[in-house]
Design a binder for this molecule. Structure first.
Ligand code: NI
Length: 182
């Protein structure tokens, strides 16, 4: 079966605020497994359910998997919540939903996070640097926030223009291609 598509900016579904997971059903477990497969396939180090069109508070991450061939250490977070944060750090971020762009974003340097695992048990995670940044980036997705919403207005609008141009080009190319297939 083909993997689900990762939604890309400016898809309006990326702006929705996701609902808490009320019960960890087989569908939720299956979605988490699918999301991990997509994340490793892309590849990325984190993916949130709204990025695959499901507006629920479910996130997968693997911040150990920074290069292919490294050992996988997948983590599934259900209803994640930051309960403490401390310090500031600038990190160069990218996102599977924001093609062809990276920018520095200011985040908390250390966070304590509370989440359920897939067995419904509450877990506490203390994270710093890359892992803390990744958790904050993914939780933003659950609030309908992308990292480009956290950069300067100028940088954001330059990206939005570039993205619109690229989308127009794609559209022109696909319409001329279908024109040749009569
Ligand atoms: Ni992202």
């Amino acid at each position: 079966m083909a993997l689900r598509e990762v939604l890309q900016f400016p898809d309006p579904r990326l702006k929705r605020v996701s609902e808490p997971v009320a019960e960890i059903t087989d569908e939720v477990r299956q979605l988490a497994a699918d999301m991990l497969e997509i994340m490793y396939d892309e590849p990325g180090i984190g993916l949130a359910a709204p990025q695959v069109g499901e507006a629920i508070r479910l996130v997968v991450v693997d911040t150990d998997w920074t290069d292919e061939g490294a050992e996988r250490n997948p983590l599934v977070l259900v209803n994640p919540e930051i309960i403490e944060s401390d310090g500031k750090i600038l990190w160069n971020e990218g996102c599977l939903s924001v093609p062809d762009f990276q920018a520095e974003v200011e985040r908390a340097e250390r966070i304590r996070l509370k989440a359920l695992d897939l067995d419904g048990r509450e877990q506490i995670y203390d994270a710093e640097e890359l892992r803390a940044v990744c958790f904050q980036h993914e939780i933003d997705h659950l609030e309908g926030i992308l990292f480009i919403d956290r950069i300067s207005r100028l940088k954001r609008s330059l990206y939005v223009q570039k993205r619109k141009k690229a989308l127009r080009r794609e559209q022109e190319e696909s319409s001329s291609a279908s024109g040749a297939n009569f």
